[in-house]
Write a protein that binds this ligand. Sequence first.
Ligand SMILES: [Fe+2]
Length: 237
Amino acid sequence: MALGFLTAKTLGLGFRARGAAPALGLGFGQSRSLHTVELPDLPYDYAALEPTISAEIMQLHHQKHHQAYVNNYNTAQEQLEEALNKGDVSKVVHLQSAIKFNGGGHINHSIFWQNLKPSKEGGGDPPHGALGWAVDQDFRSLEVLIQKMNAEGAALQGSGWVWLALDKESKKLRVETTANQDPLVTKGANFVPLLGIDVWEHAYYLQYKNVKPDYLKNIWTVINWKYASQVYENEVV
Ligand SMILES: [Fe+2]
């Protein structure tokens, strides 16, 4: 299943119910369904982003790293269900970090795959229309925005993400960073991710080694601005 347009609503497309848990008479008035997530197919081949991102990186990143976030999130969900049914509050609290980390990893990577597009299919083509205008308005130019995202991504200590976000309240574009696998929503419920760049070493190290700035500089040749424009227009126009 190729992922379609991803929003807070449609991110639920990767979820499936796994049957209703029985009510155990522990104060829960109704039974609940366990919702697990699945690894989405990529909308392009693993080698389609070469030479910017190698097929080896894409395959490992998708099949191993993203799959691990999916598996670990689903396991945590099952444990959470069990803990809730037992009324084990300590376990419920303990599971929150695994749910945040692995659920965030699934959300972030599901967006990231949509943010990339082979150059021969329009990857790297600059944004036009409403988003192109907004970029010029809020950052003066696309070049300034790219420099800002590259600088903040390069300066990020440890692992994390750099985002082009839409603030739904002010209707302004913002550059934000998140640590680890924190999704953008942890910076505020009003932020909508238009573009997220993975700056974990697993995203570039096999090809770029320790030269993260080169990865950040080159990734713009495969950025799917059309997708970012669609998300922007869906929220603003
Ligand atoms: Fe990643």
